[in-house]
Design a protein around this ligand. Sequence first.
Ligand code: HEC
Length: 109
Amino acid sequence: MNKATIATLLMLALGSVPAVRAADAAETWEKTCVKCHGADGKGETKLGKKAEVKDFTDAKYQDSFTDEKAFKAIKEGIKDGDKTKMKPAEDVNDAAIKDLIKKVRGFKK
Ligand code: HEC
């Protein structure tokens, strides 16, 4: 094997790492949460309106749930009877969930 081949194999091996590690908060927020909660946290997206998302910039709404409740919501999802309002976040570890809560809290005006 020459050096170029080794370098290519190494790059392939490293390239596969992100697929197995847990997604980080910023990535998950962009990929998943924005669909409903909106890039500005107001939830004024098509899906957000359908799901009846509330406005994260509203201080009163922010005060209505604790970090513990938010944690559970992100980890286990939110159900309204049999209806799923929000799916559990996929591929996030507890640290990423805590970062997501920080992100959510950051919208508060
Ligand atoms: C399918 C749309 C949808 C997606 C995608 C979604 N949410 Fe939600 N989210 C909701 C709805 C609906 C509510 C509940 C609003 C209510 O209280 O009625 C909610 C509520 C929340 C709450 C408040 C929890 C509470 O206890 O009241 C947090 C925090 C939250 N979402 C974070 C996230 C994060 C982080 C993501 C991405 C991993 C995400 N959401 C993705 C629809 C969504």
